[in-house]
Design a protein around this ligand. Structure first.
Ligand SMILES: NC(=O)c1ccc[n+]([C@@H]2O[C@H](COP(=O)([O-])OP(=O)(O)OC[C@H]3O[C@@H](n4cnc5c(N)ncnc54)[C@H](OP(=O)(O)O)[C@@H]3O)[C@@H](O)[C@H]2O)c1
Length: 303
């Protein structure tokens, strides 16, 4: 296939954990341009317009976001520009050229009060600024009326970047005891699974066909299974090889009320992935298998 025939793929947020994995997984799938904040700052809406206009992509994968959940409480305007306004502008630019926009959203659009997994059209009611700005981003994309897929994911982990798994490996080797919240439930989801899942959706629908559905374009996309933050920490230390003579830190579960943070977080943010499976035949692997894969990549898996 000549360079003119291969799809032009624009990846934004290239230096984030998901952005790095998307670059790897989509590397052979087209002419890829991956821009970090230094080359496309989503806080500058003209830069967003220019990035799309100058590369002229058929597919945009937007992994850029203001993800500092606690800090967002004190920077709501900046978080809104990056998470809400910029995705709306991206969607308008994509529509102008008939491109497909793939965007990632969050479990934090829900308030956590439901018993059982949340489905896509359950009522949203974010508890924090981050969740509210991400929800506004979804709405801005959908109201632009172009071709878009919005994948809500959760508890993102990877062998690189800033995430809970890497923080646990660091703190678990330094300390004897870690007090971790045990009354918030979700599904840890690897960037590998999200990037592969995205690719599988596009393979199922085709870049040209995807985003044409009548169901709003919002899909949940998380790894299978669920756990609490303390359950996740325990699983990490059980699957990781010995770190030092005295082993990993002991995990003590505590209620969220004993770990106050600027941003409130939902108690149950487990998402149902049934819509994704029914529409595209795509399911992500179990969170604990993905966790073991990351530990292996980091060279710390047991056995
Ligand atoms: N992390 C999670 O647990 C989680 C959970 C649910 C949903 N999500 C969603 O999943 C997607 C990927 O998140 P992630 O985990 O890969 O986050 P991440 O590792 O924090 O990466 C986010 C990237 O966005 C970039 N960014 C921030 N502000 C920007 C700006 N003004 N202009 C351009 N780029 C900017 C960051 O750039 P710098 O490298 O320069 O800081 C970073 O590279 C996001 O949409 C996020 O909302 C994440």
């Amino acid at each position: 296939m000549s360079a003119e025939q291969r799809p032009r793929i624009l990846i934004l947020g290239a230096n984030g954990q998901l952005g790095q994995m998307l670059q790897r997984v989509f590397a052979g799938d087209g002419v890829v341009e991956a821009l970090g904040r230094d080359r496309c700052d989503l806080a500058d809406l003209d830069q967003v317009r220019n990035a799309v206009a100058s590369f002229a992509p058929q597919l945009i994968l937007n992994a850029a976001a203001y993800t500092a959940v606690d800090k967002a409480e004190s920077e709501p305007e900046l978080a809104a520009r990056i998470n809400a306004e910029a995705p709306g502008v991206l969607a308008e630019e994509a529509k102008k050229r008939g491109a497909l926009l793939v965007h990632y959203s969050t479990d934090y659009v829900f308030d956590g009060s439901k018993r059982g997994p949340w489905v896509e059209d359950d009522p949203t009611s974010p508890l924090n600024v981050y969740g509210a700005t991400k929800l506004e981003g979804e709405r801005n994309i959908l109201s632009a009326g172009g071709r878009a897929l919005i994948f809500r994911t959760s508890w993102v982990v990877s062998a690189e970047g800033k995430n809970f798994l890497r923080t646990m490996l660091k703190l678990g080797a330094e300390r004897d005891e870690l007090r971790i919240v045990n009354d918030q439930y979700g599904a840890p989801t690897s960037t590998r699974a999200i990037a592969q899942g995205t690719k599988a959706v596009l393979a199922s629908a085709g870049v040209e066909g995807a985003g044409e559905d009548t169901e709003g374009g919002v899909y949940h996309m998380t790894c299978a299974g669920e756990t609490s933050w303390s359950g996740f920490a325990q699983a990490i230390f059980a699957a990781a090889g010995p770190s030092r003579e005295q082993g990993w830190a002991t995990v003590t579960g505590i209620p969220g009320s004993e770990y106050p943070t600027p941003a409130r977080r939902p108690a149950n943010s487990v998402l149902s992935n049934e819509k994704l499976a029914a529409r595209f035949g795509v399911s992500l692997p179990a969170w604990d298998a993905e966790m073991r894969g990351i530990l292996k990549t980091l060279g710390v898996a047991r056995g």
